[in-house]
Write a protein that binds this ligand. Structure first.
Ligand code: NOJ
Length: 528
């Protein structure tokens, strides 16, 4: 029996702080900007928690995922006092605050790494992963960086290579060193004391690798995921991430969260791009991550069978008592309105907000914001500059608030241009339009919050409907909610009874008596 805590029932909203709201006119979003929009988040939209991507001091080689100090705020984003004010303002509104924590790597400008690379006998040498060159002078093994090229960079000064699973500016931390481990874990306590409600753990299963640093086996045929990572996909990644010792680390993280949970549970969600049993193993026995993010909905062939399979695969592999979750977008993915199309994005949002498990909405997706087209030579994202096609600037453009200049994001020059050619993908315009994506999202959140069945009821598939329809029901406390999603382009008729609570295309309401008509790419939620 699950004891429902806030994070089970929450709708989470991800904020990319550079791009949410700029309070000081420098063209880059900041913490005070987020604080100024708390009423939008908790009132207008009605989400229960925000996850803020990194705002730590950083040289911004990977836009904040290269942390130069785990216990401060980059001046670009404000100060610790701004952070405290944000948390206070959020908590006054019952809005939880989840922050990003980047355990696998720091910035190469972090003082720990600066010391570590200064000499072979520096006390912090072992805080990172340093290895001698192979006998021919080449890299110590065949590991590849996720962002392409070898995962090792040679340091002329000390004659050794250091490991970086991502950019050379992001050296991997050596979690097998007890002092480093203690120092890193203390950074969690720092933020917990400041009142954060939880952490999103970046690339967290990378933190433990093979202690012998053996080369990965090479595959006969490259195995590409939904993104083609080039040479990276030619290897079986059995040694460079996800060593079983990671479970011990996650248990320690959980114990720290539990230490701080007397007043309210503190929460963890891990970024783990894996599937099946291996993915599910990161729940542990209820003593590791509260949830690893489940990314199945980010990609697929857009059929009812696909959607059902994504949902049921996760349900099937969940350990007893573990809680599912779904995600349609984030700061690493093509915007959903572009990936699936605007109409499909509406249906997908209806699905996201009616399934069992914690949903996370990426900022701007509630407006159907589109992916910006930014050519490789103008990409600011280092990944996009190295591997054309993989750049992530397009999903990181400023939030669109108004129909005014720069969509009301800044009074200055935005760090990336906004994309709202017809001035309809913004909060101001969409609040006036009852059929807008924002109105739909607000209504879905409202319905979910008001429905115990949607928040906590089990998932049960509804069988025997046309092939293009994915339908399920959720039941709890004497209340039943039926959800019908037509993934096809043609209209369908399905047998159904109940009161229409919300639908993708029509803003209608009222009773459905025997037959529900769904247009192509239309979805409806019925209560009874
Ligand atoms: C995953 C983050 O989501 C991504 O934005 C970042 O570049 C890598 N981890 C490296 O930290």
């Amino acid at each position: 029996m699950v004891k429902y805590e806030w994070w089970h029932e929450a709708v989470v909203y991800q904020i990319y702080p550079r791009s949410f709201m700029d309070s000081d006119g420098d063209g880059i979003g900041d913490l005070a900007g987020i604080a100024s929009e708390l009423d939008y988040l908790s009132g207008t939209l009605g989400v229960d928690a925000i996850w803020i991507s990194p705002f730590y001091p950083s040289p911004m080689a990977d836009f904040g995922y290269d942390v130069a100090d785990y216990t401060d705020v980059d001046p670009m984003f404000g100060t610790l006092a701004d952070f405290d004010a944000l948390v206070e303002g959020a908590h006054e509104r019952d809005l939880r605050v989840i922050i990003d924590w980047v355990p696998n790597h720091s910035s190469s400008r972090h003082p720990w790494f600066v010391e570590s690379r200064s000499s072979r006998d520096n006390p912090k040498r072992d805080w990172y992963v340093w290895k001698d060159p192979a006998p021919d002078g080449s890299e110590p093994n065949n590991w590849i960086s996720v962002f392409s090229g070898p995962a090792w960079t040679f340091d002329e000064h000390t004659g050794q290579y250091y490991l970086h699973s991502f950019l050379a500016e992001q050296p991997d931390i050596n979690w097998r060193n007890d002092e480093t481990r203690a120092a890193m874990l203390d950074t969690l306590r720092f933020w917990l004391r400041r009142g954060v409600d939880g952490f999103r753990l970046d690339a967290c299963h990378f933190a433990m690798k093979d202690p012998l640093y053996r080369s990965n086996p090479m595959l006969d045929v490259p195995r590409h995921g939904y993104k083609n990572l080039g040479e990276y996909d030619s290897f079986e990644h059995i040694h460079d991430r996800g060593h079983p010792d990671i479970h011990g680390l996650f248990r320690e993280v959980r114990a720290i969260l539990d230490e701080f949970s007397a007043d309210r549970p503190r929460f963890s969600v891990g970024e783990i791009h894996l599937e099946g049993e291996e993915w599910a193993s990161y729940y542990g026995n209820g003593d590791e991550l509260h949830m690893p993010y489940y990314f199945g909905m980010l990609h697929g062939d857009w059929t009812a069978a696909w959607a059902r399979d994504v949902v049921e695969t996760q349900e099937r592999v969940l350990p007893p008592g573990a809680w599912p979750n779904h995600v349609l977008g984030n700061h690493d993915e093509i915007r959903i309105a572009t990936r699936y199309g605007e109409r499909r994005a509406r249906l997908a949002t209806l699905m996201l907000l009616t399934l069992r498990g914690t949903p996370t909405i990426y900022y701007g997706d509630e407006l159907g914001m589109a992916q910006a087209e930014i050519p490789p030579d103008r990409q600011q994202d280092p990944w996009g500059r190295r591997q054309p096609g993989l750049g992530r600037d397009g999903c990181r453009t400023p939030m669109q608030w108004t129909i005014g200049e720069h969509a009301g994001f800044t009074t200055g020059r935005p760090w990336l241009a906004t994309v709202d050619p017809d001035r309809t993908r913004n909060v101001e315009a969409q609040l006036r339009d009852p059929d807008s994506m924002l109105s739909l999202t607000r209504r879905l959140i409202e319905v979910r919050k008001g429905s115990r069945a949607l928040r906590t009821g089990p998932y049960e598939a509804i069988e025997g409907l046309p092939e293009t329809v994915f339908a399920y029901l959720r039941r709890a406390g004497g209340e039943t909610v039926h959800v019908y999603l037509n993934f096809g382009d043609e209209p369908v008729r399905v047998p159904a009874e109940g009161t229409l609570l919300v639908a993708t295309q029509s803003a209608g309401s009222g009773p459905v008596d025997g037959v529900l008509m769904l247009d192509g790419l239309d979805g409806a939620v019925l209560g009874s």
